[in-house]
Design a protein around this ligand. Structure first.
Ligand SMILES: [Zn+2]
Length: 127
């Protein structure tokens, strides 16, 4: 599968095809004099996207990571195509949840090794 160059090359941004899935992605300049490939026609509310993956458009057309916390409830953002690409593995979007899962896996292993699993007795009375 080769990289298709049918889109005209543009100096300032434009679109290119994803080499993994073949779909179009927006090539947008960032504040750091770099480029980022964003999912086209997609502007979710910023608070629904993990903080370090929110890109907001600035007045000059460039984009920057939107690190405001807590985010403005009406702020829209862009996401990188690689997060939406069906042909690429999803990066770790919630690292703290991933470490919590790892910690819980070790805890479950320890508890399973020390005593047989049983119904949790600290549950509140449901009646
Ligand atoms: Zn893709």
């Amino acid at each position: 599968m080769g990289f298709s160059e049918e889109e005209p090359r543009r100096l300032r941004g434009g679109q290119s095809r994803c080499p993994y899935c073949g779909l179009l992605q927006d090539r947008v300049a960032t504040l750091e004099q770099d480029w980022v490939l964003l999912e086209p026609d997609m502007s979710p509310l910023a608070h629904t996207v993990p903080a370090e993956h929110r890109w907001i458009e600035l007045s000059d057309g460039r984009v920057a990571v939107y690190g405001v916390c807590p985010p403005d409830p009406y702020q829209r953002c862009r996401v990188e195509h690689r997060l939406a690409c069906s042909a690429q593995p999803l990066p770790d979007l919630w690292p703290w949840l991933t470490s919590l899962r790892g910690e819980n896996a070790r805890r479950a292993e320890r508890e399973a090794g020390s005593e047989p699993p049983r119904f949790p007795e600290q549950w509140p009375d449901a009646g």
